[in-house]
Design a protein around this ligand. Structure first.
Ligand code: APR
Length: 183
């Protein structure tokens, strides 16, 4: 496990695994705008977390409408070993210009961190948002994720104790570990 201290007391780590098994305060879900669930990490979180998560998602959409890309909302975690699930919608790579896609992906990370801290979370786990069904290039996604999180925690010393980047494949893991070492 590679650890990269930002010098601000927040540990950033990359690890391989199934995010539904990670014990943290908040798990981040790579959702879609309708919050109805899907495949990939979205499917795993709803499958393992149970119906309470979907019910809360339906209430949120009923109250405020579909999410915008780059936006995040928070629900309970049902049966998952977490307190909360933060649902964020990443950009679909072929639907936006690269610069706009990168901006929107960065927003997923910063909006999720803001919600985590606003709900007294100290530990947060992210999947590799947008790099599956949404086709975002994994190298640019990893760089964007690391830079956004490092900048965010550096501006808020000690608000979070740990941010985990949970990778589901070795390609992403190598990118995150290299990125955390070099930043
Ligand atoms: N734990 C951690 N990572 C996972 C897991 C899991 N259980 N399952 C999949 N992943 C990884 C994928 O391998 C990929 O690296 O999460 C990353 C994101 O892939 P997707 O889940 O496909 O998410 P995304 O590319 O953001 O597409 C979101 O897919 O599932 C639907 O409803 C979802 O419409 C939304 C879209």
């Amino acid at each position: 496990m590679t650890e990269d201290k930002t010098g601000q007391g927040t540990s950033l780590q990359a690890q391989m695994g199934d995010i539904t098994k990670i014990e943290v305060d908040a798990l981040v879900n790579a959702a879609n705008t309708s919050l109805i669930g899907g495949g990939g990490v979205d499917g795993a979180i709803h499958r393992e977390g149970g119906d309470s998560i979907r019910s809360e998602c339906q209430e949120i959409v009923a109250a405020q409408g579909p999410l915008e890309v780059g936006q995040a909302v928070i629900t309970g975690a049902g049966r998952l070993p977490a307190r909360y699930v933060i649902h964020t919608v990443g950009p679909i790579w072929h639907e936006v210009a690269p610069e706009e896609g990168t901006r929107l992906l960065a927003s997923c990370y910063s909006e999720s961190l803001g919600l985590a801290v606003a709900n007294d979370c100290e530990t947060v786990a992210f999947p590799c948002i947008s790099t599956g069904a949404y086709g975002f290039p994994i190298g640019l996604a990893a760089t964007t994720a690391i830079r956004t999180v490092q900048k965010w925690v550096a501006a808020r010393p000690g608000e979070l104790s740990e941010v985990l980047f949970v990778c589901f494949d070795s390609s992403n893991l190598h990118l995150y570990r290299a990125g955390l070492r070099s930043e």
